[in-house]
Design a protein around this ligand. Structure first.
Ligand SMILES: Cc1cc2nc3c(=O)[nH]c(=O)nc-3n(C[C@H](O)[C@H](O)[C@H](O)COP(=O)(O)OP(=O)(O)OC[C@H]3O[C@@H](n4cnc5c(N)ncnc54)[C@H](O)[C@@H]3O)c2cc1C
Length: 443
């Protein structure tokens, strides 16, 4: 056990994924604060934030009454990412997304998307609904009964974004503590004490405020403080398979399909046109037992016990007793084991995608989905104590929404009088640049 406090900070950010680095970048604007960002890895964004589909999603598919937080965050973050990418010459490939329906149930969802798109602030120029005949005429290679084309969905590299955000934050004085796994957090009257496991041994830190933004690790960390005890965590890996260069689908957008299981928070595999020209199919959602199991399931006794007891156990058992969920798990695992199984799912919509074009495995990513006794929790959850805040269940489109989410986290902390005991200006609701966003926080 560490004996003396290694360093005192004003703000500690746990997790250097896209959300932690977005928060670090915004807070780095306030001079004179001692801010540290901690990650168990030696660099930013080693997990979900660089192992994803790389799409900046426009919020056409998000029901604003079910997921208001994600809808607002993705709507408001688009311009922020665009200005960021342009300012730092990072990839910004506005190739669009076509989401198609295979049957009449799916076609109903497609029509709903037009409503959601407008409610979530998209302009009518950004999208078009395509009926079966329109699709046949414009994209005869696609077999579907209706489609929603979002022209402004954009392919980016979130790993690059996060690394740049960290680099810029460090230039403004934020200190990065890589290879520091946070193992416990305790709060007292003046702030927070937390321990990290490092190569040199255990270290103890003190901070005025602690933000838990550790992705798949965040429920466990919140639980060390007795928070969020009614929720359980299930881990799902999304695998991708590469498409051979010789295959050209005849379109540059991403091809999504209306999810088959609307009750579960997973999209079916897509045909992806990445910003760098790489084409892939994926991701699926295979249940795994460890949050770094990038191959296999991570099955061993230790991981099994950890997976069962990571948060509330009853909610997991209830879900595992649901036959529809079990059926879904089986199909998803098959697509992780067998590239042709995943290709078969896409071929229904894209008949020319024969097995001969399916190549090696791409870079799979892992999400931590939070469940309670009602099943999957649709939105991200926030837990607060006087000196800490914890975000759990921060899943897709979490990377899209992170600039605005970072802003809203900081804004609420400051509004509650923490750190700056002064009133914060009302939100600037249409910020386009990060600097403007930051200036809305503390002045
Ligand atoms: C397969 C897949 C595809 C996706 N596609 C998209 C997409 O196209 N568009 C989109 O908007 N979103 C997408 N998402 C969602 C998006 O990637 C996530 O919402 C986002 O990356 C979450 O960011 P984060 O910073 O919260 O978490 P993470 O990126 O997981 O970062 C958390 C960090 O915390 C660190 N950490 C964990 N535990 C500890 C600890 N105890 N101590 C110290 N550090 C710790 C980890 O090392 C990690 O670096 C996708 C997700 C997946 C899995």
């Amino acid at each position: 056990m560490a004996e003396s406090v290694h360093r005192e900070l004003d703000v500690a950010i746990a997790g250097a994924g896209i959300l932690g680095t977005s928060v670090a970048y915004l807070i780095s604007r306030f001079a004179g604060l001692r801010v540290g960002i901690f990650d168990r890895e030696g660099m930013a964004a080693r997990h979900a934030s660089s192992r994803n589909t790389g799409v900046i999603h426009r919020p056409f598919y998000i029901d604003p009454s079910r997921k208001p937080f994600f809808a607002e965050a993705s709507s408001r973050s688009y311009g922020l990412w665009e200005s960021f990418a342009r300012e730092f010459s990072m990839p910004w490939h506005q190739n669009g997304t076509l989401e198609v329906a295979g049957d009449s149930r799916g076609a109903v969802s497609i029509r709903k998307y037009a409503e959601y798109a407008v409610k979530n602030g998209m302009s009518e120029k950004e999208f078009v609904v395509l009926e079966r005949d329109d699709l046949r005429k414009e994209y005869p290679q696609i077999n579907a009964s209706a489609g929603f084309l979002s022209r402004t969905d954009t392919a980016v590299d979130y790993g690059m974004f996060a690394s740049k955000l960290l680099e810029l934050s460090q230039k403004r004085g934020v200190r990065f503590y890589g290879n520091h796994t946070i193992t416990s957090v305790t709060e007292d009257r003046d702030g927070v004490l937390f321990t990290t496991r490092t190569r040199e041994g255990v270290k103890l830190f003190r901070t005025g405020f602690f933000m838990n933004l550790t992705g798949t690790g965040s429920l466990k960390l919140a639980n060390t403080m007795g928070l969020a005890m009614d929720y359980g965590l299930l881990l799902f890996r999304g695998d991708y398979w590469r498409i051979d260069e010789s295959y050209s689908p005849g379109f540059g957008f991403n091809l999504y399909t209306v999810p088959r299981y609307p009750g579960f928070p997973f999209l079916d595999p897509h045909f992806i046109n990445r910003w760098n020209g790489i084409r892939e199919i994926g991701p699926n959602a295979s249940l795994i037992l460890q949050d770094r199991a990038y191959s296999g399931s991570g099955l061993n006794l230790h991981n099994l016990m950890d997976a069962l007891y990571n948060g509330d156990i009853n909610s997991k058992f209830r879900l595992l007793a649901n036959p529809e969920f079990l059926r879904m798990l089986e199909t998803e695992w098959e697509s992780s084991r067998n590239r042709f199984a995943m290709a078969g799912r896409l071929r229904r919509y894209l008949p020319s995608l024969s097995n001969s074009y399916i190549g090696e495995r791409g870079l799979g990513g892992i999400r931590g989905s939070v469940v309670d006794l009602n099943g999957f929790v649709p939105e991200a959850l926030e837990f607060r104590t006087e000196h800490t805040m914890h975000i759990v269940n921060y899943n897709s489109p979490g990377a899209t929404g992170s600039p605005y989410v970072a802003y809203s986290i900081l804004d609420r902390i400051f509004r509650n009088g923490y750190l700056w005991k002064k009133t914060v200006k009302p939100l600037n609701l249409t910020p386009v640049r990060w600097e403007e966003l930051a200036s809305g926080i503390g002045e």
